[in-house]
Write a protein that binds this ligand. Sequence first.
Ligand code: C2E
Ligand code: CA
Ligand code: CA
Ligand code: CA
Length: 277
Amino acid sequence: AKEAGKNCYLHFRPQMLAELLARTQLTAGLRRAVELGQIMVHYQPVVSTELLEVVQFEALARWQFEGKLIPPDEFIRIAERSGLIRDIGAEVLRRSCAELQPWLAEDPARTLAVNVSGVQLLHRDFAERVLDIAACGDVDPHQLVLEVTESVFFDPRSHVIAQLEGLRAAGVRVALDDFGTGYSSLGRLQELPVDIVKIDKSFVSLLHTGAEKLPILTSMIHMARSLGLKVTAEGIETPEQAHYLIAHGCDALQGFLFSRPEPDDRRELGIRHTAAA
Ligand code: C2E
Ligand code: CA
Ligand code: CA
Ligand code: CA
């Protein structure tokens, strides 16, 4: 016991205290930002390879804390741990419905994609809340896409999947984000309640390095398509990547080549009309 006590003491380095304080401050700052309505949304276009036009915008949360933008990967993790993700998710959906409603209303084929954390799906009223927010914002559920990562499908709690099934029954589509980075990937794809797969940008970047993993990329696309799923590729930065992905059957493309994520007032100005043509 004495040894263990000594180890605990020794392992608590000053750096850990600094990290703990930083995280506590970030959590408090994030809570405040949520209360004050300071979580912003940027939009990145998704281009149809068939129509060569923007058919979707993905909503990406933005938070500025003490003058600098905190990367979403970082604050979403904090939000998940602290439970704030529920309010942030609702706010991103509410705001993006409000901001994109006029654009969506122009064409029923247009969609809004919103990222959803597995933690949000643990709430049994998640599906109901999503549909409520869409209805309040006058957005048709058929124009909504929820992006989830594979890990949500590993959750043994049946109500998690039931949420997604309920939403799909109401017309909402589910996209499998970061496809190819998980464990089950190809084999289990058939069983998952998804409509769209998003090929992760780490695979798209292989197109630069000319790697031997390319057959994995092409078989992911072919497998998804043979199951009747739509395929979007993300992280496209070069015309070469766009051409390759179009040639191999991707339905839609997203990446800095077309536009970076932009606030609503710069959303359509940011789109470069170079790429796929
Ligand atoms: P994600 O959903 O996989 O989003 C794609 C990320 O790739 C975004 O980073 C986007 O800005 C970036 N990206 C897009 N095109 C390119 C490109 O051509 N090259 C490169 N290098 N990157 C590109 P971002 O906005 O920093 O978001 C990071 C992650 O944070 C997202 O990954 C998503 O997992 C999470 N996230 C963002 N907003 C939300 C949200 O509202 N809710 C939840 N639950 N997660 C969110
Ligand atoms: Ca996403
Ligand atoms: Ca992704
Ligand atoms: Ca991601």
